[in-house]
Design a protein around this ligand. Structure first.
Ligand SMILES: [Zn+2]
Length: 349
């Protein structure tokens, strides 16, 4: 079996992945939402009960909507589940000039305190790509990971902003949750049903935030099935990596976890056109940033090939895509998870 479940992680990501024999699959965990989502503790307790382990835990980057729940999991020793390797690019791993005293932050502190094996396959160096080098990792049971993001420049940029970014992610001090909207979806001038063509005519301006750029994104392959796990990465980085790795043809995937929850700044026409994929997964309940943006979904619809759109929640920010008229017009199909379970995509039964 091979399945990817986007758990209900509010406005963040929490992906639970299983592959291998159905009676005792291997398990991976990518991010843990702003707080550990419903259902995750029970999954870990089940895994502990059958003496399983997490083959890999990844914190893709240092933003609160990916890292917050991980602090709780570490504090609770993953509810008794051993972790074979843990990927996280901490300050000490980042290339570039050093400045001042290295600030301790909570995740790094917990990893050290709990003696979690960390970036082990790299001898505790940074996970990154560059200069034609795309590290590959073989996981137990035959799955393979190929790294696509971040590159050294993106990590160096994060290093310069590390203290700010960790502050925003609530890793040092308590910062009250804000209700600031970043205006991604501020455009209401289409009224009623989204106008896919008009949305696709909007200019694309790529994300430039250091933390998102530092995202660990990768291809996960198992028994011929290929998944692109885009974290909050920049589409230009993903396209460049895929092109260098596999050439300029369309890249076949069975599932793409859309970068940055379907922000309009992380889903470009070029990105969608570079892919040949029947399923696109959007992970967010729309809180805080109103993800996914209509423009991003419109690009997937217009430049993908009659895709299935998979949402882990049904919300006011994505339910407009359930319109029969739009489906008929554009030939796509939406699927919604629910607020307790999220959505599971079975790639191999
Ligand atoms: Zn995010």
């Amino acid at each position: 079996m091979f399945s990817v479940t986007a758990l209900p992680a509010s406005f963040g990501d929490c992906l639970w992945i299983e592959y291998g024999p159905i009676e005792a699959p291997y398990a991976l965990l990518i991010d843990a939402g702003p707080s550990a989502p419903s259902g995750l503790k029970a999954r870990l307790q089940d895994l502990a009960a059958r003496q399983g382990k997490l083959e890999l835990v990844v914190v893709t980057h240092v933003d609160a909507d990916h890292i917050g729940g991980m602090l709780t999991l570490l504090e609770n020793d993953f509810y008794g589940v051993p972790v074979r390797d843990f990927w996280f690019n901490a300050f000490r791993h980042l290339p570039g000039e050093t400045f001042g005293e290295k600030q301790g932050e909570r995740l790094t502190g917990l990893l050290l305190e709990k003696k979690v094996t960390w970036n082990a396959e790299l001898n505790n160096a940074a996970l990154m790509v560059g200069d034609g080098d795309y590290p590959q990792f073989s996981l137990p049971g035959g799955a393979v990971i190929t790294l696509l993001s971040p590159d050294a420049g993106q990590l160096a940029a994060l290093k310069r902003k590390w203290i700010d970014v960790c502050g925003e992610a609530d890793l040092y001090v308590d910062i009250p949750a804000t209700t600031t909207f970043y205006g991604e979806e501020g455009r209401e001038h289409f009224g009623g049903l989204p106008n896919v063509k008009a949305l696709c005519e909007l200019d694309f301006k790529e994300d430039a935030t250091e933390a998102n750029g530092s995202s660990i994104a990768f291809v996960l392959e198992y028994e011929g099935k290929r998944v692109l796990l885009g974290a909050d990465a920049f589409p230009s980085r993903l396209i460049a990596s895929l092109g260098e790795l596999y050439g300029d043809m369309q890249h076949r995937f069975d599932l793409v976890k859309v970068p940055h929850h379907g922000s309009e700044k992380n889903v470009s026409k070029d990105f969608v056109e570079a892919l040949k994929c029947p399923r696109y997964l959007f992970s967010s309940n729309g809180a805080r940033y109103k993800h996914p943006s209509r423009a991003a979904v419109a690009r997937v619809i217009a430049f993908g090939n009659k895709p299935k759109l998979l949402f882990n929640y049904r919300t006011e920010f994505n339910e407009m895509w359930a319109s029969e008229m739009l489906m008929q017009l554009h030939g796509y199909a939406p699927f919604y998870g629910d607020k307790d379970q999220g959505i599971e995509i079975r790639l191999i039964p």
